[in-house]
Design a protein around this ligand. Sequence first.
Ligand SMILES: Cc1cc2nc3c(=O)[nH]c(=O)nc-3n(C[C@H](O)[C@H](O)[C@H](O)COP(=O)(O)OP(=O)(O)OC[C@H]3O[C@@H](n4cnc5c(N)ncnc54)[C@H](O)[C@@H]3O)c2cc1C
Length: 379
Amino acid sequence: MHAIVSGAGVAGLALAGRLALDGWTVDVVERARAPRASGYLIDFFGLGFEAADRLGLLPALRAHAEWYGELRSVDASGRVRGRLPISLVEQAVAGRYLTILRPRIVEALQSSLPEGVRMRWGAQVETVHDDGARVQVLLSDGERLEADVLVGADGVGSRVRQLLWGPNEQFVRPVADLLAVAWIGDDAELSADLGSRVAMQVELDRQLVVAPLGEVGVTGFAVLRGVTPQGARSAIAGMGALGRRAVRAIREPYVDHVAQTVVERWVRGRVVLLGDACAAVSLVAGQGASLAIAGAERLAEELAWARHPSDVAAGLAAYERDWRPIVEREQARGRRAATTFAPHTRIELEANRAMWRAAAIPGVAHLVARAAGGVTKAG
Ligand SMILES: Cc1cc2nc3c(=O)[nH]c(=O)nc-3n(C[C@H](O)[C@H](O)[C@H](O)COP(=O)(O)OP(=O)(O)OC[C@H]3O[C@@H](n4cnc5c(N)ncnc54)[C@H](O)[C@@H]3O)c2cc1C
């Protein structure tokens, strides 16, 4: 059996690896010329953690993980408002948790790919013809491929979805007018000052998180309400002591509107959508990468036993039937999380600050850890 996967992101690579283990031939078509290095820290737990364990990916993910001692809430003047030991966050999910940079997840998936996966960098799907038994694809480099199934795992702005379902505006739903900016950079002084701590600042309509990466590296993440990509830098710098220091390290940031994707049907003939292409929960839900891996495993399991074209259709239908309710539940949770992430009213801001003050009370911190649901709240 043969699959073409558009997108070498988290979902596409996880699917390709699992299908190849089941004897499939997989062509992965990625628009970028090489693995993309941008992204921020991702709290990796939940369904994807368990799927990664079953897929044998945990050792590679653990090898690339970052380890922090404390999440620290600071105000605009740099004063510490609250502290949360990260061990409590880990305990809240029984240790089934790690913090990892998005590009390191992609690297780990890539390095675990078995034989049978062919990577095609710097290309994208141009046309698709589905004759009911096979799907034929013309790539931008002129090559023609034919397979049993085409998978659109090409992110929020999915190319496959645009070609077969329609324009992005129909499927991409902004969440609370939030802009996300994530970056990795160097600033030895800031890294040393942070030590093993992650610093977080929440203001009206803004959140900024900065974490050290080794001796010189730092990574940061900001969520800004009502700010354009062009205005992001000055909005972050305007957040006070941490913001002014954080912007110095911003290089080639990942900038995107916080959005979810809602697609009425994920399957069209022999073409199926996966990951953010159909099921983006958004950065503020904190489960995107985890769900991408778990969804890929689910789809692969449904296709693994297929030996005949009619099996593929049944497998695709079963994947959508079983996976959609989980995605919709996480999407609803993500929309609710938007207010904690970047409080829009004074009352919401005060509720956030009260939560941090409560973290100082012995015995209450573990409840705050559970409510925080993660250290970085991305991915
Ligand atoms: C560069 C980058 C940085 C990110 N940083 C963060 C972050 O800091 N925090 C966070 O929570 N989430 C981040 N995300 C999103 C996060 O990775 C996803 O929400 C999650 O992992 C779901 O994975 P996915 O594979 O469905 O989508 P993605 O991880 O977005 O992967 C989609 C892949 O498809 C490729 N692609 C796009 N268009 C085409 C095309 N026309 N043809 C072929 N390939 C195409 C993309 O280059 C990408 O490799 C980032 C995504 C990207 C691409």
